[in-house]
Write a protein of this length. Structure first.
Length: 413
C-alpha cells in the first residue's frame, strides 16, 4: 500500500505516465489522499495545456492577420534569412519569381529570382544592404507576367540588438511612387498658390491706401477689412503647415490650460462672422450658458475648431446656414458644426482627413487639403476624435468628440 501511494505521489509530482505494475494497497485513507493529489495534478496539467492552446490560438490568429495584410499589399516583399533562404514571400512577388510565392519558403533566393538585375543586388555579406538606403534597381514593365515598371530595393533587417538577421527585397510599382510624388508636387503648387493669392491682394489694397487715392472713409474701412481677412488666411495656412509638421515629427507638446469653451467658440465665431455676412450665411450658435471649462491646449484647439468652422462657411453657398452646437453624451463631450453647404460625395468622405486630399466638388474654392488632417491630429492629441457625415447638396456635419475627462471639474461646467 505504502509503495503504491509513493508511486502515485511521484506520478503526481513529476507528471510521469501511469505505466508498469502497481504496488499492493495497504491503507485506504492514504490511497484516497494520493489519488486526490494525482487528480489535482491531472487537472492543473489540463488547465495549463488549455491556456497554452488558447495563447497559441491567439498568436496563430495574429500571425494569420499579419500574413493576410502582407499578402494584400501591392508592394512585393521577400524576406531572407542570413543564408539567403526565403522566410516569407507575399503574393505581389509572384511576377518576379520562378515559383509561386507560397512555395518559396525555405528555398535559396538565388534559385528562384527571375531577373539578373535583382540577383545582382544580393549581397552575401549584407554590407551594401546595411547602408542606410540599401541597394536599388529598376525593372522594366513586362506585359507577359503582368508586371509594371518596378523599383526594387534591398535593405538589411536587424533584431532589437541591431544584429543582422537577414535582408528584405521590396518590389514597388513605379506608378505608385510617381503618384506620391505627384501628390507632393500638387501640394507645393497649391500651397504656393494659397500663399500668393492673399499676398497679391494685400499688396494691391495696401498700394491703393498708400497712393491716397481712396479718401472715402467707408472704402478705406473695407480695404482694411480685406487686408485683415487675407492676413488671417495666410497665418491660418502657415499655422496649419507648422502644426502638422510638428505633430508628424512627434515634437508637438500640448500646453494644457483650463479653457472656457464658451469663450473659445464665441471668439472663433467672431472670426468667421464677416465672411458669413458677406455671403449672407445665417451663423447660429446654439450654445448653452453653462459650457464647461476644458483642460486643453487653447491655441492648438482653436486651430482645430477654426479649420472646421471656416470650411463650413467656405463650402456653404450664399444664404445658407452654419450651426454650432455642443452636447454631453455619456462619457463624451461633443462640439458639432453643421452646414447647409455643397456636401461631400460618399466616396470622398472617408478620405477628407487624409493630408492634401480635396474632393473634386470642392475645387471651385481655394484650399490646400491640410485643414482637416491638422484638426484631426490636434483633437487626437487631446484623446478625442472627429466624425463627419454629409449629403451632397444638403450639407455636412463635423463632430469633435472629446473625452469627458478633459472637463475641468474643479472649475465646474
Ligand atoms: P481645404 O483646404 O481643401 O478646405 P481641408 O483639409 O480643410 O482642406 O478639407 C479637405 C476637403 O474636405 C476639402 O477640400 C473638401 O473637399 C472637404 N470638406 C471639408 N469640409 C467640408 C464642408 N464643410 N463641406 C463640404 N466639403 C468639405
Amino acid at each position: 500500500m505504502q509503495a503504491l501511494c509513493h508511486h502515485l505521489d511521484s506520478i503526481a509530482e513529476s507528471g510521469t505516465r501511469l505505466d508498469g505494475p502497481l504496488p499492493k494497497i495497504r491503507s485506504l485513507e492514504r490511497l484516497v489522499d494520493s489519488l486526490q493529489r494525482l487528480l489535482h495534478r491531472i487537472e492543473s496539467d489540463q488547465r495549463e495545456s488549455l491556456e497554452l492552446l488558447t495563447s497559441n490560438r491567439l498568436v496563430a490568429r495574429e500571425l494569420g492577420r499579419t500574413y493576410a495584410l502582407l499578402n494584400s499589399l501591392s508592394i512585393g516583399s521577400l524576406l531572407l534569412d542570413n543564408t539567403e533562404k526565403i522566410q516569407f514571400a507575399n503574393e505581389a512577388t509572384a511576377p518576379f519569381l520562378t515559383v509561386a510565392p507560397n512555395q518559396a519558403h525555405g528555398q535559396s533566393v538565388r534559385g528562384v529570382l527571375k531577373d539578373a538585375e535583382v540577383l545582382a543586388l544580393l549581397d552575401p555579406g549584407g554590407e551594401a544592404a546595411a547602408t542606410r538606403w540599401g541597394r536599388s534597381t529598376e525593372l522594366p514593365a513586362d506585359p507577359e507576367s503582368g508586371r509594371e515598371d518596378t523599383a526594387v530595393s534591398l535593405s538589411s533587417v536587424s533584431d532589437e540588438n541591431e544584429e543582422p538577421v537577414g535582408q528584405i527585397l521590396v518590389f514597388q510599382p513605379i506608378t505608385q511612387i510617381k503618384s506620391m510624388e505627384k501628390i507632393q508636387t500638387e501640394f507645393v503648387d497649391s500651397v504656393a498658390h494659397e500663399l500668393r493669392t492673399p499676398l497679391t491682394s494685400i499688396r494691391a489694397y495696401v498700394e491703393l491706401l498708400i497712393d491716397g487715392e481712396t479718401t472715402d472713409k467707408q472704402m478705406q474701412h473695407d480695404f482694411y477689412n480685406v487686408i485683415y481677412e487675407e492676413t488671417y488666411r495666410l497665418s491660418q495656412l502657415i499655422d496649419n503647415l507648422l502644426n502638422i509638421s510638428m505633430m508628424e515629427s512627434g515634437t508637438a507638446k500640448l500646453d494644457v490650460t483650463p479653457t472656457r469653451l464658451k469663450r473659445l467658440l464665441e471668439e472663433s465665431l467672431e472670426v468667421v462672422r464677416p465672411q458669413c455676412e458677406k455671403k449672407n450665411i445665417d451663423l447660429v450658435a446654439d450654445l448653452d450658458d453653462r459650457l464647461p471649462t476644458l483642460d486643453i491646449d487653447k491655441s492648438l484647439f482653436n486651430v482645430a475648431v477654426m479649420n472646421i468652422l471656416s470650411n463650413a462657411v467656405k463650402y456653404t453657398p450664399e444664404s445658407g446656414t452654419v450651426i454650432v452646437t455642443t452636447s454631453s453624451r455619456g462619457e463624451e463631450y461633443h462640439i458639432q458644426v453643421r452646414d447647409s453647404g455643397i456636401g461631400i460625395p460618399e466616396e470622398d468622405l472617408p478620405r477628407v482627413f487624409e493630408k492634401f486630399y480635396r474632393s473634386d466638388s470642392a475645387k471651385a474654392e481655394q484650399g490646400s487639403g491640410i485643414g482637416l488632417p491638422t484638426a484631426l491630429q490636434i483633437v487626437r492629441l487631446h484623446g478625442g476624435d472627429i466624425h463627419a457625415t454629409s449629403k451632397v447638396g444638403e450639407g455636412s456635419e463635423f463632430t469633435i468628440v472629446l473625452p469627458r475627462t478633459l472637463i475641468n471639474t474643479s472649475i465646474g461646467e
